[in-house]
Design a protein around this ligand. Structure first.
Ligand SMILES: NC(=O)c1ccc[n+]([C@@H]2O[C@H](COP(=O)([O-])OP(=O)(O)OC[C@H]3O[C@@H](n4cnc5c(N)ncnc54)[C@H](O)[C@@H]3O)[C@@H](O)[C@H]2O)c1
Length: 245
């Protein structure tokens, strides 16, 4: 097993299950120490990883929670090298049923959190002149699914933020990229009707329902030393779903 991430401290949000769990396990396999952040207790993921895991229960939509997370990373490790902003929600509501509360909550969890993570963790990365942000967007920004306007707005916003932040932090050795999954089999999608998932994955070049492990290799690369000249990019990891233009 490669030790490409030895000495790195990696923080993964939404690490309690689904895609976030798979990413956290992969980064630990590459020898990073991993801070697991989740609104629910990420204990199951921590047990799978063992002593390289530190769990933090926190709501990523709250700026003050990020202050607490950053303080913990600083006190425990004196650094935080990698942040994977993965925590996200995808409540469905057509525009006539979309409440202000759902709009605001979706933007807060899926987008505000990315800003807060940068606000509190860029200073730690700057100290060591090295950092990696990978922020999870979605290929659904290019797929016309009903009841998704708030989600698409948040995930398009992720790409805009990634591009802007990349410019602001490049001089400190920090890269910032977005990854766009297709529909993925996770606890969050398990209640969706199978025909709905199939209607999406049938549009991919690779015609199967994606799994969390499809994401981990690209994220391992983007958070590695080798990816040092890639920044401000939005990488679809979606079996060929997203078509540019
Ligand atoms: N599953 C898919 O089909 C799919 C497709 C494209 C993009 N994505 C994106 O990938 C990411 C992960 O999706 P998933 O399917 O693994 O989700 P999931 O619902 O299975 O897991 C999400 C995790 O995030 C945590 N979480 C939610 N809100 C939080 C908050 N406010 N603070 C802290 N933790 C919070 C949950 O407790 C949960 O453990 C999301 O950003 C999602 O939008 C998913």
């Amino acid at each position: 097993m490669s030790k490409s991430h030895s000495g790195r401290i990696a923080l993964v949000t939404g690490a309690g299950r689904g895609i976030g769990r798979a990413i956290a396990i992969k980064l630990a396999e590459l020898d990073a120490k991993v801070i697991l952040v989740d609104r629910e207790d990420p204990g199951e993921t921590a047990a799978l990883i063992g002593s390289a895991a530190t769990s933090v229960q926190a709501d990523v939509s709250r700026d003050e929670e990020w202050a607490r997370i950053a303080a913990l990373a600083d006190a425990t490790f004196g650094r935080c090298d990698i942040v994977v902003n993965n925590a996200g929600i995808y409540p469905t509501a057509r525009i006539e049923d979309l409440t202000v509360e759902t709009w605001r909550r979706t933007l807060a969890v899926n987008l505000d959190a990315h800003f807060f993570s940068a606000r509190h963790l860029v200073p730690l990365m700057r100290r060591h002149g090295w950092g990696r942000f990978v922020n999870i967007s979605s290929s659904s920004i290019g797929t016309p699914l009903p009841g998704n306007s708030h989600y698409m707005a948040s995930k398009m916003g992720v790409i805009g933020f990634v591009r802007g932040l990349a410019n602001d932090v490049a001089e400190f050795g920090i890269t910032v990229n977005a990854v766009l999954p297709t529909i993925v089999q996770t606890p969050g999608t398990k209640d969706a009707p199978p025909e709905f998932a199939e209607s999406v994955w049938r549009q991919q070049a690779i015609k199967r329902f994606s799994e969390p492990n499809d994401l981990v290799g690209p994220i391992a690369f983007l958070t590695s030393e080798d990816a040092h000249f890639i920044t401000g990019q939005a990488l679809p990891v979606d079996g060929g779903l997203y078509k540019v233009g």
